[in-house]
Design a protein around this ligand. Structure first.
Ligand code: ATP
Ligand code: MG
Ligand code: MG
Length: 375
């Protein structure tokens, strides 16, 4: 059979690999740490840093098609590999999504709304941007941020200096309006090498401290907003000539929608698809890259996905029987740090509201830190 190479050894790679193996593919993963969540499910592990030319060479020699699960592959490595291996997704979208400024410019160039923003390179520009955009606003580093890291919310004028101090050295930045959204949603969609496109149902996302906590499907938004969200995501995918699975994160305020950011890969907010849809976002990704017709994205049952961070794993294992049974996904990470994504659970239900009431009343997800003196 053919071998799929995956750049990055995290849980997204692991879930891609598990789907790909069901379809008969072999997996080679390149990741700096041995026994990564993906590495332990792969046929070949290339233990090498993302800048390591020899590692990239070794990966190239063993695979037929390349994908990534980690967005911050250095551009040089991506371009180098693009010349060596069949890499249908290409390095262009990867480079755009690595830089919030390029990302926003690209989204806007497709006539898709984003929150008003300004590029910020200096302290003076930050003050000018705050004046122009108004407060509250969110200051974000253009590169390297995830799970709300590299961000500072400016609520009032005094926060301008605080934000600059807190993020100083991490620039350049963007300052964007803090959107008073009603709901956050994401649209996960897939486009294949044959140009076929499929869209999963809109997912409603609840974040805690900048980290995804719950995904609820169908999203509790108007039919009009859901339709518009899907339309905007399709517009982005067509315009960028997407290959593979992509997530578009959006803010919904009334029936108005603006795009927050995109992730050019399967996404945490699409994990519900593994158990709740006819085809998962991971299977769909592999189908898209390998030239299979795409599967159905139909929702089998309403779903609630809840992340298990480091501090939630023990409470979950001890108390899960007080909740309805869920589909359990643990990523095989052995170090449970606070805030680290260790796994997720997905509940399928005909009654989302009563399930949410049970989940939200449970003690399992109350903890924000690991107790017992661990980090
Ligand atoms: P991810 O892990 O999704 O890649 P990230 O670190 O790239 O996250 P964002 O998605 O930009 O960060 O922001 C994290 C969360 O912070 C958002 O999902 C949203 O809840 C909140 N947020 C970010 N920007 C804004 C904004 N302009 N207005 C209101 N809320 C915002
Ligand atoms: Mg992001
Ligand atoms: Mg985000």
């Amino acid at each position: 059979g053919s071998t799929i190479g995956i750049l990055g050894g995290g849980q997204l790679g692991r879930m891609m690999a598990l789907s790909a193996r069901e379809m008969g593919y072999r997996i080679a993963v390149m990741e700096p740490k041995k026994d990564s969540p993906c590495g332990m499910t792969a046929d070949h592990e290339v233990v090498a840093g993302y800048e390591d030319q020899d590692g990239a060479e070794e990966l190239a020699s063993m695979c037929d098609v390349l994908t990534y699960e980690f967005e911050n592959i250095t551009a040089e490595t991506a371009v180098f590999l693009e010349e060596k291996i069949y890499f249908p997704q290409g390095s262009r979208l990867l480079q755009i999504s690595q830089d919030r400024l390029k990302e926003k410019e690209t989204i806007q160039s497709f006539d898709i709304p984003v929150a008003p923003y300004r590029a910020v390179y200096t302290y003076t520009e930050l003050k000018e941007a705050a004046e122009a955009i108004g407060l509250p606003a969110v200051l974000k580093t253009t590169r390297g941020g995830y799970d709300g890291k590299g961000q500072f919310i400016l609520e009032e004028k005094a926060d301008i200096d605080k934000g600059w101090e807190a993020l100083k050295g991490g620039g350049p930045f963007v300052l964007e309006e803090k959107i008073p959204f009603d709901t956050e949603v994401s649209i996960v969609l897939t486009r294949s090498v044959l140009g076929e496109m499929s869209v999963f149902p809109a997912a409603e996302n609840i974040h805690r401290d900048g980290v995804l906590h719950q995904t609820i499907v169908p999203a509790r938004i108007s039919a009009k907003a859901a339709e518009r969200a899907e339309m905007l995501a399709r517009q982005f995918a067509e315009s960028i000539e997407l290959i593979g699975t992509l997530a578009v994160e959006m803010f919904v305020t009334g029936d108005t929608i603006s795009v927050n950011e995109i992730a050019p890969r399967p996404h945490n907010s699409g994990h519900f698809t593994i158990n709740a849809c006819e085809t998962s976002q991971f299977e769909q990704h592999i189908r898209a890259l390998c030239g299979w017709p795409l599967g159905s994205t139909a929702l089998l049952k309403p779903a609630v996905m809840v992340n298990l961070l480091g501090q939630h794993v023990e409470p979950y294992l001890q108390n899960h029987t007080s909740l309805p049974p869920a589909h359990v996904h643990l990523y095989g990470k052995d170090e449970a740090k606070s805030g680290r994504k260790m796994g997720h659970v997905t509940y399928l239900t005909e009654n989302v509201e009563s399930l949410l009431a049970e989940i939200n009343a449970s003690s399992i997800w109350k903890q924000t830190q690991l107790t017992g003196g661990q980090s």
